[in-house]
Each structure stands twice: as C-alpha cells, then as structure tokens.
Design a protein around this ligand. Sequence first.
Ligand SMILES: Cc1cc2nc3c(=O)[nH]c(=O)nc-3n(C[C@H](O)[C@H](O)[C@H](O)COP(=O)(O)OP(=O)(O)OC[C@H]3O[C@@H](n4cnc5c(N)ncnc54)[C@H](O)[C@@H]3O)c2cc1C
Ligand SMILES: *[C@@H]1O[C@H](CO)[C@@H](O)[C@H](O)[C@H]1NC(C)=O
Ligand SMILES: *[C@@H]1O[C@H](CO)[C@@H](O)[C@H](O)[C@H]1NC(C)=O
Ligand SMILES: *[C@@H]1O[C@H](CO)[C@@H](O)[C@H](O)[C@H]1NC(C)=O
Length: 534
Amino acid sequence: MEKSSPLPLLCAIFLLLHVSNSQAAPSKDSIHNTFLHCLQSHTNPSQVSNIVYAQTNASYTSILRAFLRNARFITPSTPKPLLIVTPLHEFQVQATVLCAKNIGVQLKIRSGGHDFEGISYVSQVPFIILDMFNFQNVTVDIKNEIAVVQAGASLGQLYYRIWEKSKVHGFPAGVCPTVGVGGHISGGGYGNMLRKYGLSVDNVLDAKIIDVKGRILDRKTMGEDLFWAIRGGGGASFGVILSYTIKLVPVPEKVTVFQVDKTLDQNATDLVVQWQRVAPHTDDRLFMRLVLQPVNSMVVKGQRTVKASVEALFLGGANELVTLLEKEFPLLGLKIETCNEIRWIDSVLWWADLNDGSSLNVLLDRNHYSAHSNKRKSDYVQTPISKNALTWIWKRMIELGKVGLVFNPYGGKMNMVSSDATPFPHRAGNLYKIQYTVTWQGEAAEKNFLSQIRMLHSYMTPFVSKNPRGAYLNYRDLDIGINSPGKDNYGDGNVYGVKYFNKNFERLVKVKTEVDPDNFFWNEQSIPTLARKP
Ligand SMILES: Cc1cc2nc3c(=O)[nH]c(=O)nc-3n(C[C@H](O)[C@H](O)[C@H](O)COP(=O)(O)OP(=O)(O)OC[C@H]3O[C@@H](n4cnc5c(N)ncnc54)[C@H](O)[C@@H]3O)c2cc1C
Ligand SMILES: *[C@@H]1O[C@H](CO)[C@@H](O)[C@H](O)[C@H]1NC(C)=O
Ligand SMILES: *[C@@H]1O[C@H](CO)[C@@H](O)[C@H](O)[C@H]1NC(C)=O
Ligand SMILES: *[C@@H]1O[C@H](CO)[C@@H](O)[C@H](O)[C@H]1NC(C)=O
C-alpha cells in the first residue's frame, strides 16, 4: 500500500529560496579580521584560511542556506551571521569557541539546522555560526552494539551506516532523515520505536563536548551532571557537542507498516476515542501515530471535514499485528492487505515518504529537503479527551482552516524511565504528545497561519497538561517564553524552562551555572544561570 497524502511536508518539500546579500559594513570587516587573527593565533594560520566565510564570500549564501530548514527565517530582513565557520577538525572548534568568547560575539551552533524557530542560525544580536556539518562520521561497532556518531551527521546517515553493518540493528530516533544528530539527541529525540526503546537519550552511553574553556570532555571528564544535562537539556546551553556514543537496539528482519485514513463521515471521531484507549497501552512493539487534518469532504461537495490517519510501525509480522488489532482496535478495521511487511531500513523510507522506489542512498543525501515556512507547537495529554470535546475540536480546526494535529502515543518504555533520569520529564502519566503543525509558502500568509496555530493551541487548554503546561524542547516554540543575554536571566528562563523540563529545570540551572557561569552559551531559550553572590 502506498502511504497516501501524508501529513503535508513533514520531510520531503521543495522551494526555491532567496537570500539577499547584505553589504559588509566596516565593523563586520573588523570583526572578521579580529576573529581570523585570533583563530590563527590559536592554530596554524594555514589551517583556518579555508573554514571562515565572510558575508562578502561568494559561497556565503549557499553555505548559510545549505542547512536552513525553515523559510520563515530566510527573508531579506532576517538577521544574518557576520561569519560562518565550518571546522574540519576538533582543534578548530576549540579555537572558534575561544575566539568568539574573546571578541564577545555570540556563537550559534548548527548541526542539521532543523530548529523550528531557526535559533541555530538566526539571532537578534551580532553573531557567528559554528556550522558542524563537516562532522559527519558514523562509526558502527556491531560486536559491541554501539556506534559513535558525530554531531553533524544526519539521522539518515546514522540509519544507513547501521544498516550497512547489520540488518537486525537500528536506533530509536526521529523519522525525518535530514534531522541533525547534534540538536536532535541533545534535545531528547523520539521516533517510531519510542514505545519499545524510549527516547534517543535513553540509549546514549557517552558523549564528547567542547566546553566554554575550549576543553574536550568525555563522560568521565565532564562528570555525570553535565552528561545528564546534554541528554535532553539541549546541547547549546552547555557547549559544542562533537559526538555521541549510542547503544544500538535490535530490530526484526521484517517489520510491518500501515496507514489507515478515516474522515468524520466514516466515524473518525469514534476511531480517535478508541485510539486513545489503545495506542498508549498496547504492545510496546507497536507505535501508531495519529495525524489529524482539516480536508475537503469527498461526500458533500464544498464541505470541509477532518481526516484521521493512523500511521504505524510494528516490530513484528503482519499476521500477528492484524490479530492484535482486530481484538484491541476493531474500529480501525485493519486488513492484512493494508499492511506492508518490509525491512526495517525500508520502513525508514516509508515514514519519510521516500518509498517511491528511491534507493537507500537517499538517506545519505542531505539536500533532498529544502524548506517551506512552518510553525510547530506541542502539548501533552494525560487524560483521554471525550468524544464531545473531540467533536468541538474538529469544528475549531475546520473554522481555522489549515492547522493539523499529530498525536504521538507514549506508554511502554516511556513509563519505565523515571522522570528525572534525563532532563526530559514527560514520562509515566502522559498518554500522548500533540504536535501542532502548519506549513505554508510565502511571507504574506505568515501572520494568518501563526495566528491559527496559536488559537488552536489556546482552544486545547482544557484538554492538556497543566501547571506547568508541558512542551517538548525539540519542538522549539518561542511563544512559550524567551530570555535575554546576560548573567541573571533565571526569571525569564524559568517561564519556558518548567514547561520543557518541569522539575528537572532546577538541576539544569545548577549544571549550567557550574559549567558556564558567564553564560557565554546563551540563546533565546537556553538554560539560564543563577546570579552568584558577589
Ligand atoms: C522536518 C522535521 C522533522 C522532525 N522530526 C522529528 C522527530 O521525528 N522526532 C523528534 O524528536 N524531533 C523531530 N524534529 C525536531 C528536531 O529533533 C529538532 O529540530 C532538533 O533540534 C534538530 O536538530 P538539528 O541538529 O537538525 O538542528 P539545529 O537547528 O542545527 O540545532 C537545534 C538546536 O540544537 C543546538 N545544536 C545543534 N548542534 C549542536 C551541537 N553540536 N552542540 C550543541 N548544540 C547544538 C542548536 O544551537 C539549536 O539550539 C523534526 C524537525 C523537522 C524540521
Ligand atoms: C570563501 O571562503 C572559503 C572558506 O574560508 C575560502 O576557501 C574561499 O577561498 C573564499 N572565497 C573567496 C572568493 O574569498
Ligand atoms: C572522519 O573520518 C575520517 C576518516 O577516518 C577522518 O579523516 C576525518 O578527519 C574525520 N572527520 C572528522 C570531522 O572527525
Ligand atoms: C458509523 O457508526 C454508526 C453507528 O455506530 C454505524 O451505523 C455506521 O455504519 C458507521 N459508519 C461507518 C462508515 O463505519
């Protein structure tokens, strides 16, 4: 079965982008020169001449765009970096950190560039991008079932390199192959094996990071507090992640995927009611994502309806799955013909809508994704939403017009990991996570769509977690609060901090204050520092 009309543009989307080439002002030149001199003094001059792109450089724009995944942040008025630094070696990353600190210019760290608010490549203060895309090595050791993956590798590269070595190993991480390891894993990381194996960070064994002093640290030398923090607290608050050492997980030789769609006239509401009872509690080898979108009705011309699509991965065979769901989820009406029994690596392509005969090499291609404008928000649901409330929500979605919802079921392994084992706090007690999604083209539409998604988020208030209302760091959302540069930003940081991290926020602040007391690694939603007594 073809996976028909997926959630639009989750992964494979295209748009030609335009960036204006700003003129280099003298001050930019002087920062360029000072920075270059500094780099040269920390290294060997010949070793840095080919890794610094000034705004006047002919390749500046293409380097900036190469890992820019949200067209909302590529307009002429979007602030651009003074320089882009693209290290090839660890010592160049060390020098970049030290020199940015010396000059007092902000450093934005970019790996895959998928941040939904573009904070890896945009800033309101003068900044330099440290672009980690040259750090793409993935070293897989099947005998010990581990891999070392550098921050600039994509998830597609990671999956491909594992597959090269073993057909029965995988790794639980996101479904979009172009997502970068640096942001994804340091922010938590989840995908369609979440119920069986938990988050990416639940499967991290070691890490390599460069701290504010320019030191290269591993788990042993950084200590357990910092190692804890960079498994879900976001890397960018603490330093530059060079690599993670991860534990591979077993996958069967054949897995099963399916997609079933129902609209409101096909009793989609009852389906969603039953989904809420089944998806977070069923066999943990089964991940059934539910995608809800306003669409045109096929029954009554000119009318709008809501389509509910169940998209699933089962780490097992189709017969077993159909038997299981006939019993647990009869309203789905799953037929054996609807199921696809495929290799795990092919399920990666299926989820990314790349199962059009593409060869596996597409997983190594960083460029098949370019950006539409988008906005995402998130929520956690802890008690099932009633049928009446769902009906009310569908009406609001149809009125608003474009915003979709994605329900990602939790349970399974997520219930077994304690809420303070990593900074990611949303464990037992959460039935599913909601992702709000809207994607569009062109600047003119932006205001309308941003307003739609904020309204739907506001309508959902009664049905989602409260005090704090939870959110997922990797679904970066600047609406829930931002801080400002400087040392004493605890108050602002606390606003979004407890939403992303709940009770773990305080420990993150402690670690941050310890390892980066001057708050060099600042961004709009970084972990704040506590002011120290003079
Ligand atoms: C199309 C798409 C699909 C997605 N699918 C999923 C999904 O299935 N599951 C999921 O959990 N999330 C998903 N996400 C969200 C994704 O996990 C986050 O956006 C993640 O932070 C992206 O990492 P990146 O390296 O690509 O992004 P970047 O924009 O490069 O970085 C994101 C953040 O991490 C910081 N950072 C990046 N690299 C480093 C580093 N080396 N050291 C320190 N800090 C660093 C950046 O400064 C920034 O703050 C998706 C996003 C998109 C756009
Ligand atoms: C642009 O920058 C790159 C990287 O530093 C360098 O190798 C190249 O020579 C520069 N090009 C020009 C025209 O200055
Ligand atoms: C990646 O591996 C190759 C081969 O071992 C090595 O030459 C290169 O320096 C590595 N790259 C980085 C960024 O570590
Ligand atoms: C929807 O549910 C009603 C009442 O249970 C039932 O009579 C009807 O056949 C269902 N429609 C579809 C398309 O399944």
